[in-house]
Structure formats: structure tokens, C-alpha cells
Design a protein. Structure first.
Length: 413
């Protein structure tokens, strides 16, 4: 008789807790609140001791001056005189003499109190200046970790996700904030790395079958003995395949351009605009659209390929969405207020102001035109806006009086 197998043993519990252990006495933790309390409490205590000491010394000096007896001198036969109380010379009897002495001593006490008040005010002003200077220095020292966190955050937002704060020192709120920020950066870096890897893999996986389809269609279309119906079908499929390739390229470029540009090089926007005009010149001639404008040098730091994509998308849109007769596209570049400005304006249909924002959404076009149009896949302006944002700039669209648009791209120099 077979015995039943023994149940599997329960796995042992881990000997360590992945969560951070709480301290035995959390109330004695060296927190920023306790440190600031001790710092400013100690500063007030020291300032109070100094102020009391100064007031004590000034009061003692005032008491010595206020209670000093007049210095009497005998002048002539039984005549009294004093430099501090000169009025006693006119005393005719003891009553007048005592009255003059009381008035003289009262005046001396009042003078001593006034002198004490003036010196106390001067001491208060001096201590206030010292206290503010010392407090400013101490506040800067206490808040210096926040400045370090801010500088690191700016570097991360601008260029590099690999930077970390790695703050050392007491286990207080600021160190906890820095460690949390470092953990967040680790997750962001992993997410962006995974996104870049996905974009690279998707680029390969999506381009390969489309390239194979295009090659097969071109081979069949090159056969002179193919029936006319088959050639017409092949041309239709080839156009559809080309449109799919444009859509894939646009989506991949849109995914890449949403990130910040890490490697930046000097790029002249005038050269970028000139290259875009050269690429769109053939299409403009076919549609009877005039290309014009002056391109002044405007050098920025960025990615030349992505910046050229901005200019090319704007110029192509300006050519395709134009009027049938006497249409034109004007492209200018210059430096304005410390920014490189690329302006693409064109004639075309009247664009309502309330539809401007919709033009920058993926697959959105003017009014009811969508992906069924032969003017593109609807990603041109979305890509242009993403690339501009990745370079720290922006793009603004304005309706042009008489029809058409004025597209203005502003990039930091």
C-alpha cells in the first residue's frame, strides 16, 4: 500500500524585513524641526543674555552718573559753587539750597536715563544687525541641502537622468526627501530606458515587413507583361504601403521626440530651414506655390535631425494646405529677444481661431479631414510641437488675415 506523499514544507520566513525598520524612539530622531528649534531657541537665548548684559552695564553706568553728588567749592566768605549745579550760588538760605540740590540731582538722573535709553537703542540696533546676519548664515546652512536637491532636479530635467543627489548627513526630513527623489529618478531612468528599447525594437519589427512588401510590389510592377488590372492594384497597394511607412516613421519619431535632448550640438536654424525648403521645392512647383523668405543665422544647441524635421513638417504643411492660384509660403529665421525664431506663413483656406489647438493633436486636421486625406498622416504638427518642447522651446500657430496660418517656433539660444 502506497503512502500519501508528505505535504511540502512551508518555506521559512525571511530573516529580514524589506521595509525600512522604524526607530525605537522616533520622537528623539534628529529632525529638521528639532534642529531648527534648538538653533533658533539657542540664538534667542544668546541674544537675550547679551542684551541683558549690555543693559546691566549701561544701567550701572547710569546709576553712577545719576547719583553722583555735586562737587561743591567754597568761593569767598561762606559761598558755595559747583560746576554741575551752578544755580546754588544764588541760594540765600538753606531751603533754597536744598531745593536747588534736589532739582540738580533730578536733572542729572533724567540725563542719565536719556543716555541709557540712547545707548540701549544703539545696542539693540547693533544686536539686530548681528542677529539677522547670523540667522541668514544659519538659514543658508540649514537649507543648503534643498539647494542641492533643486540643482540636481534642474540638471535631471534638462539633460541627464543618471544624476543622483546621494545626500549624506543626519537622517532627517531633507535626507528622506533626497532619498525619495533618488528612488524616483531610478524608476524614471528604468522607464525611459525601457521606452527607448521598445522604440528601437518596434522600429525594426515594423519597418522590416513594410520594406519587404514594398520590394515585392516594385518587383511585380517592373514586369512589363503584367496585366493592367494587376499593375493598377500593385500601384494602389504600393501607395498604401508607402503611407503605412510614413505613419510608422511619424509614430516612432513622435515617441523619440517626447524626451529631452541629451546630446546637443550647435545647429543653425537658417541652414535647417534652407534644407527644408530644398526638399519641399519640387512639391511646391507641382502645386504652383511660391517659396520665399530670408533666413538669417540663428544658432541653437540641439539635435539637427529633429530640428530639420520641425522645419520640413511646417513647410510641407504650408505647401499642401494652400490655395490653387498665386499661393506662397514664406520662411524666415532670426534672433529675437535671445531666442531663435523660425516663422512659416502661407496663404490658404481661412482657419477659425478655435480650431488652432486641434491642429496639434495626432491625426487631427482642419475640420473633418482625417487619415483619409492624401496630404499626410496627421502627425506633422504633433511631431513639431514635441520636438520644440524637447529643445526647451515652443510653437505657436496664429490664423493669418486673408487665409492661411502663421507658425512661429521659438527656441532658446
Amino acid at each position: 500500500m502506497k503512502t500519501a506523499p508528505a505535504p511540502p514544507a512551508t518555506p521559512p520566513k525571511p530573516s529580514w524585513d524589506p521595509r525600512q525598520p522604524e526607530p525605537a524612539f522616533p520622537w528623539i530622531r534628529s529632525t529638521i524641526r528639532i534642529r531648527l528649534t534648538l538653533l533658533y531657541g539657542g540664538m534667542f537665548l544668546i541674544a537675550g543674555i547679551l542684551l541683558l548684559s549690555i543693559i546691566y552695564l549701561l544701567t550701572a553706568q547710569a546709576l553712577r552718573d545719576g547719583t553722583a553728588y555735586p562737587d561743591f567749592q567754597i568761593s569767598g566768605p561762606a559761598r558755595l559753587s559747583s560746576h554741575s549745579c551752578p544755580s546754588i550760588v544764588d541760594a540765600q538760605n538753606n531751603g533754597q539750597l536744598n531745593t536747588m540740590l534736589r532739582e540738580c540731582m533730578s536733572g542729572q538722573r533724567q540725563d542719565a536715563l536719556n543716555d541709557l535709553l540712547n545707548r540701549s537703542l544703539l545696542a539693540l540696533v547693533g544686536l539686530s544687525v548681528i542677529a539677522f546676519a547670523f540667522g541668514y548664515a544659519m538659514a543658508g546652512r540649514v537649507l543648503s541641502p534643498l539647494g542641492r536637491i533643486t540643482r540636481t532636479a534642474r540638471r535631471v530635467a534638462g539633460t541627464d537622468l543618471t544624476r543622483r543627489i546621494e545626500m549624506d548627513g543626519p537622517d532627517d526630513e531633507l535626507k528622506e526627501l533626497a532619498d525619495t527623489f533618488d528612488e524616483m529618478l531610478d524608476r524614471l531612468e528604468r522607464a525611459f530606458t525601457a521606452q527607448q528599447r521598445f522604440v528601437a525594437n518596434a522600429s525594426h519589427e515594423l519597418r522590416t515587413p513594410l520594406a519587404i512588401n514594398r520590394t515585392l510590389l516594385e518587383v511585380h510592377l517592373s514586369d512589363p507583361g503584367a496585366p493592367v488590372e494587376l499593375q493598377q492594384l500593385g500601384k494602389t497597394l504600393l501607395a498604401t504601403n508607402e503611407r503605412s511607412e510614413q505613419l510608422v516613421e511619424g509614430l516612432l519619431l513622435l515617441a523619440r521626440s517626447d524626451n529631452q535632448i541629451v546630446e546637443r550640438k550647435p545647429v543653425d536654424i537658417a541652414e535647417v530651414a534652407t534644407r527644408a525648403l530644398d526638399q519641399a521645392r519640387g512639391e511646391a512647383q507641382d502645386k504652383g506655390v511660391e517659396l520665399r523668405g530670408e533666413q538669417k543665422p540663428a544658432v541653437v544647441q540641439g539635435n539637427g535631425v529633429l530640428l530639420e524635421r520641425i522645419a520640413l513638417n511646417l513647410v510641407q504643411n504650408a505647401v499642401r494646405y494652400n490655395v490653387a492660384d498665386n499661393g506662397w509660403v514664406e520662411v524666415t529665421t532670426e534672433i529675437q529677444h535671445g531666442q531663435a525664431v523660425l516663422v512659416v506663413s502661407n496663404t490658404g483656406p481661412v482657419v477659425p481661431a478655435y480650431e488652432i489647438d486641434n491642429l496639434f493633436e495626432p491625426f487631427r486636421r482642419l475640420r473633418t479631414e482625417r487619415t483619409g486625406s492624401d496630404k499626410g498622416v496627421g502627425l506633422g504638427l504633433s511631431i513639431a510641437r514635441s520636438v520644440a518642447r524637447a529643445h526647451g522651446g515652443r510653437i505657436i500657430a496664429e490664423p493669418r488675415e486673408g487665409g492661411g496660418l502663421v507658425m512661429r517656433v521659438m527656441l532658446p539660444v
